[in-house]
Design a protein around this ligand. Structure first.
Ligand code: BG6
Length: 480
């Protein structure tokens, strides 16, 4: 029998401003870090250019033009049955340079319109304050999150949007995939993408010291935003957002088990332990010592962590990987590489598909924290073909969706307090990792291509109707 999702469960989709809005320089918006990323592909990493080069293509500049088409898109999400839309606010739409004296009213007004439109369709917005972007000026002038100054600048931005939208937005996330800041991804594009702190203006910060110091600044900034929200608007619910990459020990060799424990702590638990509990976990001390990290902790920082804890735990889940001490074949994945698992299939981009891993992760998270949990990204990037009659048949995406919804149902049955599921990219949008359009996640197809051409017309894929059926039955039908 299919598991029963709780009444009032949120079903929806998840997006990020820089990957779909476009209109990068409209109505007073300033350039953000992502506007300096060129297009790329699986084989060819995106470049970052310090100046905008007219001979190169920057796919985030136009996105899928949600800025002008949000009404049509939100109506499509509503037609699918979504009652939640995860979206982010573009920081540089509100503060074009990040350190401006006054916010940009036109930018604020845009999100008023979007939130109003959501509510008109019975859709609850779930808003990320910073989804892999910041005003580019903050990277040039302050070196992004390497600087303590960013804490105050983010705090002002957060207060501005909380004051403006607290009546329209109840659910908030501070930083997207904050834990990706722990990783040394070793190339300019990816490290630069992480919240913008690895600024192109200053070179790449690949040392543990730099990464963990930048993360500390983000923890404090997040804590201050949450503290302010709780004090000023007690009905708001504030969450983190972690990129949960489950890893398995490759063998039962105790050395592999220990290695995996360390991997899980560094990748998956370090940030949320701070954000849920309000203090650094005890294993952090040894980790810092072993990696030569000496955190500069300012007066009041630890109070901000303690008083800025989250109300719910939110995470992205796409895949799992394997770690071991005996040599493990490598596989690609979300923001990272990891070991290949012989029991799993992979997407065309090498991400290992593991619905049971989602059930396992949900149980681990719930057992550890005992606060409501949201899956705020999950999905599958794939190449889609438009048939002659205009339809898009995507059985692979439907299979991925069903298997992960089933896994969530099992987790609910296991006792996990799961309250929301927002599929990544309910509509095709620009890939964060590769800048491609052909790596499609959507239930809605967008006629836009890697070379920037396309009519931008939207069309419903088969998966649109599959998700609709799941939502209509609150997860009890459409899983076969
Ligand atoms: C998540 C990010 O890690 O993965 C999204 O939060 C991103 O921004 C998603 O788009 C999928 O990754 P990609 O590289 O396939 O777009």
């Amino acid at each position: 029998m299919a598991a029963v999702f709780p009444k009032g469960f949120f079903w929806g989709g998840a997006t990020a401003a820089n990957q779909l809005e476009g209109a990068w320089d409209a109505d007073g918006r300033g350039p953000s870090v992502d506007d300096h990323f060129t297009g790329g592909s699986y084989e060819r990493p995106r470049e970052i250019t310090l100046e905008i080069d007219p001979d190169k293509l920057y796919p985030n500049h136009d996105g899928i033009d949600f800025y002008h088409r949000y009404e049509e898109d939100i109506a499509l999400f509503a037609e699918m049955g979504c009652n939640m839309l995860r979206m982010s606010i573009s920081w540089s739409r509100i503060f074009p340079n990040g350190d401006d004296a006054e916010p940009n009213e036109a930018g604020l007004a845009f999100y008023d319109r979007v939130f109003d439109c959501c509510h008109a369709h019975g859709i609850e917005p779930l808003v990320t304050m910073s989804h892999y972007e910041m005003p580019y000026h903050l990277v040039e002038k302050y070196d992004g999150w390497a600087s303590r100054e960013l804490i105050g600048l983010f705090e002002r931005y957060a207060k501005t949007i909380l004051d403006r939208y607290h009546g329209k937005v109840t659910y908030w996330l501070t930083f997207n995939e904050i834990n990706c800041g722990t990783m040394d991804m070793g190339n300019l594009f990816e490290t630069s993408m992480i919240q913008g702190y690895e600024g192109p203006a200053s070179g790449v910060h690949t040392t543990f010291q730099d990464r963990y110091q930048a993360l500390h600044h983000q923890f404090v900034a997040s804590g201050r935003a949450i503290r302010y929200a709780h004090e000023s608007y007690p009905t708001l619910r504030m969450g983190n957002m972690d990129c949960f990459i489950l890893s398995y020990a490759a063998t039962c060799d105790p050395a592999d088990i220990l290695l995996n424990q360390q991997q899980m702590r560094q990748m998956n638990w370090y940030c949320s332990d701070v954000q849920v509990r309000g203090y650094y976990p005890s294993y952090a001390r040894r980790f810092w010592r072993d990696h030569g990290i000496e955190l500069d902790i300012g007066p009041g920082d630890l109070d901000d962590l303690e008083e800025g804890t989250i109300d719910f735990y939110a995470f992205s889940y796409y895949m799992s990987n394997v770690v071991g001490t005996h040599g493990v074949e490598q596989s690609a994945g979300n923001m990272t590489f990891g070991g290949k698992n012989p029991y799993l299939q992979s997407t065309d981009w090498g991400w290992q598909i593991d619905p049971d891993g989602l059930r396992f992760s949900l149980n681990e998270i719930w057992d550890r924290y005992q606060i409501p949990v949201m899956v705020v990204e999950n999905g599958m990037g794939a190449r889609d073909e438009v048939a002659e009659d205009g339809s898009v048949h995507d059985p692979y995406r439907i299979a991925y969706l069903r298997s992960h919804v089933k896994a969530m149902g099992e987790a609910v049955d296991d006792g996990v307090d799961l309250v929301a599921y927002t599929w990544w990219g309910p509509i095709d949008l620009v890939s964060a990792g590769t800048g491609e359009m052909r790596k499609r996640y959507g239930f809605v197809y967008v006629d836009k291509h890697d070379d920037g051409t396309g009519t931008l017309e939207r069309r419903r894929k088969d998966s649109f109707f599959a998700y609709q059926r799941i939502i209509r039955s609150n997860g009890t039908e459409g899983l076969e």
